[in-house]
Design a protein around this ligand. Structure first.
Ligand code: NAD
Ligand code: MG
Length: 365
């Protein structure tokens, strides 16, 4: 028995266009996956946390007649390095898989980024399907084709643009997600409203409590609208020459917090939430937002269960040091993504250093 997925979106990238299906129970919809397989050989890549929850269901739904193998990696951001990619390649070669195999990423952003990168290089490019299981990966990392791993000297320093053939988003998988991870993903959802679509932000304000309470219909709608915005931005600027940079709203400050505190102490989404507030505050210093706008941003971040104060031990110097290292700064100039108004982000190099200092000094800790 198969029911139609609740939502379907298409990412328009010419020959590399692909669909995103969003709805409850889609892990059981192997038929949606089968039509995108390159051949009979399938390698599912997942981890020790997600495998016991969803691997059997996914395998069962793929049905008969396929050669399905699996790689189960350790959990966590600290596994996102070349050695794990090596394990995926080893498994593919040991299985004797050829270039018409398909890799399926079953897990959060860590699994998705690694699987995509392994696929991009395997025999010069193998097919790849995303089955993201965290809110963050459903609204962000599974869409857009950025794949890669960390290097001891920097996050996401090795990678490739490699688009999936399909993204299958099962909203039911969020039921097992720790609430802190749900909040972290919600930061990126809020980001889309702030940077692109004020009506979406209004909708989030109306529905945040129900979303955090895991109302699946509303979560499906929030994911659909988030993916639609990301897909629109990516279709305009696949390799981040221009408008795609707006998706980094809150990320320059966020990365500073993440790096300063040590990776994993603050979740990425938590740091982005606070980072967006800092961007809003600086936008107010520029005269672009009112204090009411800043309060509005604070309130929605807070309602998503995200922190609204920076770590007590982080001073102005710490921020500046980390922000200068940000790889998004072109030619050493400070490029920031701020809000022209709620619902419209801009890339600007106009912020005077003194204004940034002033904002950082007075930020509540
Ligand atoms: P994650 O993959 O580490 O997942 C978070 C935790 O939740 C992990 O412990 C995971 O095993 C567990 N988990 C996953 N699904 C679950 C479920 N349904 N139930 C219970 N537990 C579950 O982290 P994430 O936040 O999904 O992704 C973060 C990664 O994504 C980072 O490495 C980041 O660099 C990357 N990222 C990439 C892009 C991109 O464009 N490619 C964009 C944003 C983030
Ligand atoms: Mg992010």
């Amino acid at each position: 028995m198969s029911q139609a997925p609740a939502h379907r979106l298409d990412v328009a990238l010419g020959e590399r266009s692909y669909p995103i299906h969003i709805g409850p129970g889609l892990t059981a919809r192997g038929d949606l996956i089968r039509e995108h397989l390159a051949g009979r050989q399938v390698m599912i890549v997942t981890n020790t946390v997600v495998a016991p929850l969803y691997l059997e269901a996914l395998k069962a739904s793929l049905g008969e007649g396929l050669d399905v193998r699996e790689v189960i990696l350790e959990d966590g951001e600290q596994t996102k390095h070349m050695a794990s990619i090596g394990l995926i390649w080893d498994a593919l070669l040991e299985a004797g898989f050829n270039r018409r195999c398909t890799l399926i990423a079953l897990g959060g952003g860590v699994i998705g980024d690694m699987t995509g990168f392994a696929a991009a290089c395997y025999q010069r490019g193998a097919a790849f399907i995303q089955v993201p299981t965290t809110l963050l990966s459903q609204v962000d990392s599974s869409v857009g084709g950025k794949t890669g791993v960390n290097h001891p000297r920097g996050k996401n320093m090795l990678g490739a643009f490699w688009q999936p053939r399909l993204v299958l988003i099962d909203t039911s998988s969020l039921k097992t997600l720790p609430v802190r991870e749900l909040s972290a993903g919600m930061a990126e959802v809020i980001k889309y409203g702030l940077l692109w679509d004020e009506s979406f932000l209004c909708w989030l304000e109306d529905n945040m409590d129900a979303l955090m309470g895991l109302n699946e219909t509303l979560l499906g709608e929030a994911i659909r609208r988030s993916c639609a915005i990301k897909a629109e931005v990516v279709a305009e600027d696949e390799t981040e020459q221009g408008v795609r940079a707006l998706l980094n709203l809150g990320h320059t400050f966020g990365h500073a917090i993440e790096t300063d505190q040590g990776y994993g102490v603050w979740l990425h989404g938590e740091a982005v939430g606070t980072g967006m507030l800092m961007a809003a505050e600086l936008s107010a210093h520029m005269g672009w937002l009112s204090s009411t706008d800043v309060e509005r941003v604070t309130r929605i971040i807070d309602r998503a269960g995200l922190p609204v104060a920076v770590p007590e031990n982080m001073g102005v110097e710490d921020f500046l040091r980390h922000m200068q290292l940000d790889k998004k700064n072109v030619d050493g100039r400070l490029r920031l993504i701020l809000l022209e108004h709620v619902g419209r982000a801009v890339i600007t190099e106009k912020v005077p250093a003194s204004m940034l200092n002033e904002m950082l000094e007075h930020w509540p800790r």
